[in-house]
Design a protein around this ligand. Structure first.
Ligand code: GLN
Length: 198
């Protein structure tokens, strides 16, 4: 696998994986749906989309993908958005979800409240020395309640960390695939944790 033209996989069991594929198309990188063990081996990087963490976890189990998924997220660049973030966390305040524990954060699963309280908030992020304005879309989003020592907070919103990274793992509480900006898809596909794939 090469870092020059990565194939970015999107876990396509449930959730808004098609929106992520469309963003990756706009960035101009190759992408694929990931539903089988073979699909995992084709993907250089993986996005775990928003949706419903309990359902995605259950489908990984039903399709006997737990071990493949677990090995993948420990060794390749991965980005969990919303439900994906919940699955990658160390601890979740809801025993119906067993997170995979690859980033040292704790999350409150529906910490931003119910669907009714979904909203779009403004954010600013420095990338490559440039300040970018982002719309941050929160839909029944997880709230980060603890950040471990080795975790970098890349973006906060109203005082809460909402974009974080540790080693090969990137997580966002919000949904960048539902906005016009491809900034974070470009960052994840081409820049993030490049050394992991070297
Ligand atoms: N709160 C949802 C869950 O528990 C995640 C919502 C989302 O991905 N937009 O999975």
């Amino acid at each position: 696998m090469s870092t020059a033209s990565p194939v970015v996989g999107v876990l396509a069991l449930q959730g808004d994986y098609q929106k992520h594929r469309q963003m990756l198309d706009r960035v101009g990188v190759s992408s694929c749906d990931v539903r089988t063990a073979d699909d995992f081996s084709r993907a250089d990087r993986l996005i775990i989309p928003g949706g419903e963490s309990t359902v995605i976890a259950d489908l990984l189990r039903r399709f006997s993908l737990q071990e493949t998924f677990s090995a993948y997220i420990r060794s390749r660049p991965v980005w969990g958005t919303c439900a994906g973030m919940i699955l990658l966390a160390a601890r979740v305040n809801d025993e119906t979800v067993n997170p995979y524990g690859v980033i040292d954060i704790d999350v409150d699963r529906n910490g931003y409240g119910r669907q009714f309280f979904s909203d779009i908030r403004p954010g600013h992020m420095q990338l490559d020395g440039v300040d970018h304005r982002l719309d941050l879309v929160f839909i029944r989003a997880p709230r980060v309640t603890r950040v471990g020592d080795g975790v970098a907070v890349l973006l906060t919103c109203d005082g809460d960390p909402v974009l974080l990274a540790q080693n090969n793992v990137l997580v966002s509480a919000f949904h960048p695939e539902l906005t016009d900006s491809v900034l974070l898809h470009r960052y994840f596909a081409l820049t993030f944790a490049a050394e992991v794939t070297a």
